[in-house]
Design a protein around this ligand. Sequence first.
Ligand SMILES: [Fe+2]
Ligand SMILES: [Fe+2]
Length: 243
Amino acid sequence: METRIAEIASGIYRLSTFVPQIAPPAGFTFNQFLVLGDEPLLFHAGLRRMFPLVREAVARLVPPERLRWIGFGHYEADESGAVNEWLAMAPHAEAAHGHTGCLVSLNDMADRTPRMLADGEVIDLGAGRRLRWIDTPHIPHGWDAGVLFEEASGTLLCGDLFTQIGDGPALTEADVVGPAIAAEDLFGFSSLNPGMGATIRRLAALSPRTLALMHGPSFAGDGAAALRALADDYDRRFQAAMN
Ligand SMILES: [Fe+2]
Ligand SMILES: [Fe+2]
């Protein structure tokens, strides 16, 4: 296994590890995003067992001990598994997560007290980099779920939203909604609930220009349209499940 690096928006790097054994023959990617700034932030701590690979990839961009923030969309092995490895390596690093996730998991599981982010709260990385935390409870799964929006580049670090199988390019302008619908059919990873459409449309209101998928390529284009189409599909699924 190797971890490949690509800049998917100005100062935002995708670190991608492809695992052919998951969902064969297509395989599956695990991506982290490094946002540069005076206080560099890594979105997704990654799996504990992938930590050496991801650390080596980070080290090609910044000294890993300089990392200041470790964020993730929800508490789960591929999102947060290596959080304590990062905290041990980077003496000034703090985990940053939403209120729910800190209260139900991270205050106990993280080796240092995490920064608790309110819905809409901004992490200022300096150098013009501001990341806004947005609560998306249970979407696509996890009570503590949320996303980060990088305002300068219009990049939505959207975690498991738009998950797709396969090993595509680092950045694509191709459709990401169809592959996400196919992956939902395959895995059933989302927690269908009546708030899904409204919550995902709230993200569309940010009009992101880049969608940074945790599992799949990053998407450059009309992020709002993609989010609305995804919201429509989840509304359709929810209605179908209720009938
Ligand atoms: Fe997840
Ligand atoms: Fe994930």
